[in-house]
Design a protein around this ligand. Structure first.
Ligand code: MG
Length: 381
């Protein structure tokens, strides 16, 4: 349903001039589930990005845990600020590789929209609670949100996003299930790589700020040690906090530059062989060099042992898991207490999924408030 007006031609021409042949061009989109006329001056992927930003699930990311709960301070990343860091890093990589930045931004802003309250702790409990109904996975749930649960437009359920955006999100789920799904768009590969760079670096930064780690602890990690040595060469007398921030900045720069150079050389090699189809159907091309990939793995193992399994984090996680379990069971057993939007899902999908949808939609603070109210009324009974 393409409208070939003069303004539509403008953004298509701009993409033809700026994007690489192997980028996902708007004019090649396979469209939406509910066909819509083309917008006169916003490309399809710009519209997708805007629909995601205006969704209620996106706004709620502001009050959802990334790794550390709100009770632990106000410096560390929330799920929303993590998402914005991913989008920022992904756009930088995408521009350098001449990929479609609008599609990259839509995918980045959407990538964690399916997270329940309390991050992976909430996900683990909902998955166990829904084990008789296909379980719960935040990547899969994101697709359910944007195709069904968001209700912003009278013409269709969900956000009616472009098929390329849905495919990008579905590829995250396929990867988490270790399935070889269809070829992964380069723009989706960029977002996945940017996600990994963002959490590796900001989880270290947050853990240091929260006092879960000391700066010297990280010197056991080669990637960190190299970044620290470079900073010390440039600045001989930094205080601890300034040193930490300079190392994080240097680390992101190193990881992004390595990724761009590594992906660019793979893409150029394939393009020179006129194998543009292979570019989209081949193995992951947007990835760091083998040496940096190994160093990242060492950093991630360190963070897993020393941060994600830190006693303070584990104890917060246990409280969160209990709250999510109680909330899920409460609404599963009393579907008439669900808000009307979710009551409407009971007939179609059953009490289990409707309760899961509602609990997954909650922010941390709303979930805790509901949990305390339920506990209080149970103690009065
Ligand atoms: Mg993420």
């Amino acid at each position: 349903m393409r409208n070939d007006g003069a303004q539509v031609a403008t953004y298509i021409e701009r993409e033809r001039a700026l994007l690489a042949p192997y980028a996902t061009h708007s004019e090649a989109t396979s469209g939406r589930d509910y066909p819509e006329p083309w917008h006169p001056y916003r490309s399809p992927f710009q519209r997708d990005r805007d629909r995601i930003v205006h969704s209620s699930a996106f706004r709620r990311l502001a009050h959802k845990t990334q790794v550390f709960t709100g009770d632990m301070g106000d410096y560390h990343r929330s799920r929303l600020t993590h998402t914005l860091e991913v989008a920022s890093i992904a756009r930088t990589i995408g521009r350098e590789l001449r990929l479609n930045e609008d599609l990259i931004e839509a995918l980045a802003l959407m990538h964690d929209i399916g997270h329940p309250p309390f991050g992976h702790a909430g996900e683990k409990i909902l998955d166990a609670c829904c084990c008789d109904d296909g379980g719960f996975n935040h990547n899969k749930h994101a697709v359910r949100i944007v195709t069904l649960l968001e209700t912003r437009y009278p013409e269709f359920p969900g956000l009616n996003l472009s098929h390329e955006v849905l495919a990008g999100q579905q590829s995250r789920y396929a990867k988490s299930q270790k399935n070889n799904g269809p070829p992964v768009l380069l723009e989706a590969q960029v977002v996945e790589a940017a996600d990994s760079i963002a959490y590796d670096t900001h989880d270290a930064d947050d853990a240091l700020e929260l006092g879960l780690l000391e700066l010297n602890d990280l010197l056991a990690v080669p990637l960190w040690r190299d970044a620290a040595a470079k900073v010390r060469q440039r600045f001989s007398a930094l205080d601890t906090e300034s040193l930490r921030r300079a190392i994080i900045h240097g680390l992101i720069e190193t990881l992004v530059s390595n990724l761009v150079e590594s992906a660019r050389s793979r893409l150029q090699e394939l393009a020179s062989r006129s194998e543009s189809d292979f570019v989209k159907s081949g193995p992951r091309l947007v990835a760091p060099t083998a040496e940096i990939a190994e160093q990242k793995r060492v950093l991630e193992s360190f963070l897993f042992e020393r941060v994600y399994r830190h006693p303070t984090v584990l104890s917060e996680r246990e409280c969160a898991e209990e709250a999510v379990r109680v909330l899920f069971e409460y609404y599963r057993d009393r579907p008439d207490m669900l808000p009307s939007k979710f009551q409407g899902r009971v007939q179609a999908d059953g009490e289990l999924r409707a309760s899961c949808d509602f609990v997954a939609s909650m922010t941390d603070r709303f979930a805790l408030g509901q949990f305390r109210t339920i506990e209080k009324s149970a103690s009065v009974d």
